[in-house]
Design a protein around this ligand. Structure first.
Ligand SMILES: Cc1cc2nc3c(=O)[nH]c(=O)nc-3n(C[C@H](O)[C@H](O)[C@H](O)COP(=O)(O)O)c2cc1C
Length: 183
């Protein structure tokens, strides 16, 4: 069975992106992937500074996250847009994971999405996220899922309340499953 990992680059209470990550986790589970939706609040990491690596020891949470990434077939990241880019939390998390030895970015196919109250649906930030994941060796699905006006679309139980958004999300799920089965 395919292993799917879903996460949000925001740990804010009421985060729209946490709802998006949960919604995509549910959709992936419906097509037979085994889902693991994690909350980065449970994997706290210091702001990366190479001096922190000097002792040779890596933080336990970076190691745990790297192992979760390394064993997943599909990783969906819901990425809040901050000033046209990704959140500092998500960048810091990726930077720490990239320092681990278990090839964390080489197995999974990545799906990326963003939920934003703005009209553009966080798509500028998604371009940056695509570049960053590509630069660490990740394969990112061609479709990305920007959801504007998101508070009217994302439901607290993890459903997408609009037909067109549901269709786009389902297309991304189909792409993720198909690429992970035929890499
Ligand atoms: C520092 C900061 C910068 C932001 N910049 C953008 C932006 O460039 N584009 C956008 O659509 N929304 C922007 N927003 C609004 C966020 O997209 C919005 O707060 C969103 O709900 C954050 O995601 P979350 O609900 O998952 O925490 C910004 C918010 C913050 C705090």
């Amino acid at each position: 069975m395919l292993q799917a990992l879903t996460l949000s680059g925001s740990v804010r209470f009421d985060s729209q992106n946490a709802l998006l990550a949960r919604a995509m986790g549910k959709k992936l589970a419906l097509v037979g992937a085994e889902g693991n939706n994690i909350d980065l609040v449970d994997y706290e990491l210091a702001l990366f500074n190479a001096d922190l690596e000097r002792s040779g020891d890596q933080p336990e949470n970076a190691i745990k996250l790297a192992h979760l990434f390394a064993k997943a077939d599909i990783i969906f990241i819901a990425s809040p847009e901050y000033n046209g880019s990704i959140s500092p939390l998500l960048k810091n998390t990726i930077d720490w994971i990239s320092r681990q030895k278990v090839a964390p970015f080489h197995r999974a196919i990545f799906g990326i999405g963003a939920a934003s109250p703005g009209k553009m649906g966080g798509v500028s930030g998604l371009k940056h996220l695509r570049d960053i994941l590509t630069s660490v060796g990740g394969l990112v699905a061609p479709t990305s899922l920007g959801i504007g006006n998101s508070s009217n679309i994302l439901d607290k139980t993890g459903l997408l309340m609009e037909d067109n958004t549901n269709k786009r999300a389902d297309n991304l799920v189909t792409q993720l499953i198909s690429i992970s089965r035929n890499p």
